[in-house]
Design a protein around this ligand. Structure first.
Ligand SMILES: Cc1cc2nc3c(=O)[nH]c(=O)nc-3n(C[C@H](O)[C@H](O)[C@H](O)COP(=O)(O)OP(=O)(O)OC[C@H]3O[C@@H](n4cnc5c(N)ncnc54)[C@H](O)[C@@H]3O)c2cc1C
Length: 509
């Protein structure tokens, strides 16, 4: 297990969380083995290849790029030397029936745009940006620490942020302080869907999500955001980490409060001084811990995020007038969100997100062709739904709606390749209940009340990824990797040099 005087750390899963922890621990001098069940890295942030087209399986928006930059910087690298980032401006087109708003991270441009589309709203926008800056400054530092002990609530940083956290208001309530028009409120609250939540239920503190988007922008990576996973895996290996693909873990071995390593599906045992778990939390906690597994019924009592119905289509054309990111809101968005929250009703009046990256990126489709990534937030798989018999019909309804609401009038005739992923498919890919954004981010499932970065009941087992603190979304997942790497260092008394690029951004906030 220990190699010379270096401790051996085993990481289960090469998603964004596992790759972050792996990179940092390898850089900090540990012997690290990363075992991944798939034959490729990235998890939900991996590449989906289809007949010459390349899609991102999951993430398409990179927010708070400085979080990723900090991870590279600690290893002595610049993320920009490894990845070709594009700061999108406009970021997204938001459409309601005949009305569209283009969003910008340039504050002056965004102020002009909200005023153009929703007269008399400039003042509310400026006030929102100024007031949310203070809130973000108070909350951000609280996301950088572990909450595995109750006394963590006494940290001065958290005490300062508590008034923003401990309120029964929702994100939607907060936006009512700034805007009257319901559509404009949605432009600043739909980001709750990044957490798989409803703006009417998502805790008020998450109003900082739209703030960070409008303040720090949205990045694309040429080739797709899955390039980030590939690059992180390369750096991990450059740092001496061992990456084993096609190596599913069957069980994490333990004795008392200590984990001792893992056993793979093929029966191979790998001993380790600590284990970092990136596999989906609900899946790992119910399936990978042998006699310490949480009962599935107990897990199901927790609140989970929504799921996503995905259509990836390769087209024999490019639609140059269609934006990179486009969100088509349901006619009755509140009813659509209520359907999703019910965990039972699949909306016919659905909201649709379309990503047309070929207008920005020449690497994702053959010349003259393009790929569309279509995401529809929908019910998770808690109550089951016969997706197998309904997915083609549902996909067709979605494509018809896109033809009706956008300039892509002949979309269905242009399709040369298609793949559908339903909530049932996500569940089959070891994502508990197909809840693509993990446990819901309710006040009762956050901070100390979210599964801890140091897994409860063990001294040397750690969680990373969307199911632990600080939560789902790439920047917070990178942070979870760093928090758990720090805890591993604390346990083995290995010093490390933290990198802080964020403070400068916060000062400017
Ligand atoms: C459709 C979709 C769109 C999203 N869009 C965005 C977005 O635009 N921006 C954003 O910031 N976030 C987005 N997210 C949320 C989040 O950032 C991603 O889901 C992210 O990839 C989650 O990272 P993770 O590290 O938690 O886990 P995962 O990416 O799920 O990685 C876990 C890894 O563990 C592996 N594993 C599981 N079980 C085992 C086992 N037994 N043995 C070995 N390996 C195992 C899996 O194969 C996987 O590789 C999106 C998510 C989805 C699903």
């Amino acid at each position: 297990m220990t190699h010379g005087n270096r401790k051996h750390i085993l990481v289960v899963g090469a998603g964004p969380g596992g790759l972050t922890a792996g990179m940092l621990l390898a850089h900090r001098g540990f012997q690290v083995t990363l075992v991944e069940k798939n034959d490729h890295v990235g998890g939900r942030n991996s590449e989906l290849k289809l007949d010459g087209f390349s899609f991102d399986l999951g993430p398409t928006f990179l927010h708070q790029k400085f979080c990723l930059d900090e991870i590279y910087a600690e290893t002595g690298r610049r993320s920009d030397d490894h990845l070709d980032f594009v700061n999108l401006n406009p970021m997204t087109r938001l459409s309601w029936g005949g009305t569209s708003l283009h969003t910008y991270s340039d504050r002056a441009k965004m102020a002009d745009e909200v005023e153009r589309v929703f007269p008399d709203s400039r003042e509310g926008f400026q006030r929102y940006m100024t007031e949310q800056a203070g809130k973000f400054r108070a909350i951000y530092p609280c996301l950088q620490h572990s909450y595995h002990e109750l006394k963590s609530f006494l940290r001065p940083k958290l005490l300062k942020a508590l008034p923003h956290v401990l309120t029964t208001r929702s994100v939607h309530d907060v936006l009512g302080d700034y805007f009257k028009d319901e559509r404009l409120k949605l432009a600043f609250t739909f980001q709750a869907k990044y957490l798989g939540m409803s703006p009417w239920h998502c805790p008020a503190l998450f109003s900082i999500l739209s703030y960070t988007e409008y303040r720090y922008g949205v990045y694309h990576v040429q080739g797709g955001l899955n390039r980030i996973s590939h690059s992180m895996a390369d750096v991990f290996q450059e740092l001496g980490g061992e990456l084993r693909l096609g190596a599913p873990v069957r069980e994490i071995l333990h004795r008392g409060r200590e984990v001792e390593g893992v056993v793979l599906q093929n029966g191979e045992r790998i001993a380790a001084d600590a284990v970092v778990v990136n596999a989906d939390y609900g899946h790992a906690a119910t399936r990978l811990l042998g006699s310490r597994n949480v009962a599935e019924e107990t897990m199901r009592h927790k609140q989970f995020s929504c799921s996503t119905f995905m259509i990836y289509v390769g087209l024999d054309t490019i639609y140059p007038a269609e934006p990179h990111h486009h969100i088509l809101f349901a006619d009755d968005y509140k009813a659509n969100v209520a359907d999703i929250q019910s965990e039972r009703h699949v909306s016919d009046d659905m909201s649709i997100y379309i990503r047309n990256s070929s207008i920005t990126d020449p690497h994702v489709a053959p010349p003259g062709q393009s790929g569309l990534y279509i995401l529809v937030p929908t019910i998770n798989h808690r109550n089951g739904f016969d997706w197998e018999n309904h997915k083609e019909e549902y996909a067709d309804k979605i494509l018809a709606r896109i033809e009706q609401r956008t300039g892509m009038k002949d979309l269905r005739q242009r399709i040369v390749a298609k793949r559908i992923i339903s909530p049932a498919d996500w569940e089959s890919a070891s994502i508990f209940m197909g809840a693509t954004f993990n446990l819901a981010h309710t006040l009762t499932q956050m901070l100390y009340f979210r599964p801890h970065n140091r897994y409860a009941g063990f001294d040397n087992c750690y969680l990373v990824g969307g199911g632990t603190h600080p939560g789902s979304g790439l920047p917070t997942i990178y942070e979870s990797g760093r928090i758990s790497a720090n805890l591993v260092c604390d346990r083995f008394q290995v010093p490390y040099q933290p990198v802080d690029l964020a403070s400068e951004y916060l000062r400017e906030a």
